[in-house]
Design a protein around this ligand. Structure first.
Ligand code: DHB
Ligand code: FE
Length: 287
């Protein structure tokens, strides 16, 4: 059966792509952020996942305001990126696992999540930047991806509670897949940031710290925030936290925080990286 080896949360700021292209990882501006990935690289080398399920939000590359699904799941064997206008290189296409995607979609629909199914889907910086951060270097990304997009762009957005339940449903679907695959679950975006309007540049470190703590120990606690409260606390784009919440929901075992990095700012964003172990409950009982 497929097994969830852990979860990772990471910021997806496009400027990271430019820093990678210009090899600025060790520059003083960038190193506090990139150095935070050393622990993630070590863990990925040890756990060797085959598949990454990626909760993210599309920013207008594949979906636009005219047609915006609340939840959409990729069901393709290949996902292309295109120029989004950020001035960063277009990424190489990422491999998918359509059969596994369909299994996840079946599980979600059985659980009454009536998702949009996408056999053809472009993935934007919210997928490509995290992949480049996790698997740097010429070899590219060695895992197949299952992209799951959550609308964090056009209101009304799904609630925190709904996203936690979406994650839990995805977690159950992964672990009922009849293939010996190791799966890492990723949530991208956040943490606090606002790119436009009067509060452009808004960052809220106390709230980010609280979110990271609750993601580790008590994700249910975050469901007390309504979407307007989340916008108030995290900024208009800080609601990308929903992707992290879904990632955390998908961790089915006993969850242990292995690593966290938080650095202000990267571009306009409070940049955060978190790594979670997902220890199977049966293994815990045996120990
Ligand atoms: C930035 C952050 C984002 O999450 C995004 O999607 C685009 C830009 C930024 O801080 O520049
Ligand atoms: Fe974003």
């Amino acid at each position: 059966m497929a097994r969830i080896v852990g979860g990772i949360g990471t910021t997806h700021v496009p400027a990271i792509g430019k820093a990678i292209a210009e090899r600025k990882q060790k520059d003083p501006y960038w190193s506090p952020f990139f150095d935070g990935f050393d622990a993630v690289h070590g863990w990925l080398a040890r756990t060797r996942p085959d598949v990454a399920v990626v909760f993210y939000n599309d920013h207008g590359l594949n979906f636009f305001l005219d047609k915006m699904p609340t939840f959409a799941v990729g069901a393709a064997d290949l996902y292309r990126n295109e120029d989004e206008g950020w001035g960063i290189p277009v990424s190489k296409a990422l491999a998918g696992d359509a059969a596994f995607s369909w299994h996840v979609i079946n599980g979600l629909v059985a659980d009454e999540f009536d998702v949009t199914m996408c056999q053809d889907m472009l993935v934007d910086h919210a997928v490509t930047i995290p992949m480049a951060l996790m698997w740097p270097g010429e070899g590219g990304c060695p895992v197949k991806i299952i992209p799951i997009s959550i609308n964090t762009v056009q209101h009304p957005l799904p609630s925190v509670s709904r996203c936690l339940k979406l994650g839990r449903s995805v977690g159950r679907a992964i672990e009922s897949y009849d293939k010996d695959l190791r799966v890492v679950v990723i949530g991208t975006g956040g943490l606090s940031h606002q790119l436009d309007g009067e509060r452009a540049g808004f960052i809220n470190k106390p709230f980010d710290t609280l979110c990271m703590d609750k993601l580790a120990s008590d994700p249910e606690a975050l469901t007390r925030y309504t979407i307007p409260e989340l916008v108030e606390q995290a900024g208009a784009q800080g609601v990308e936290l929903l992707n992290w919440v879904a990632m955390r929901g998908a961790l089915t075992g006993r969850v242990a925080e292995l690593h966290r990095n938080y650095h202000i700012p990267i571009s306009n964003t409070a940049a955060a990286t978190m790594l979670f172990d997902n220890i199977p409950v049966a293994q815990r009982k045996a120990a």
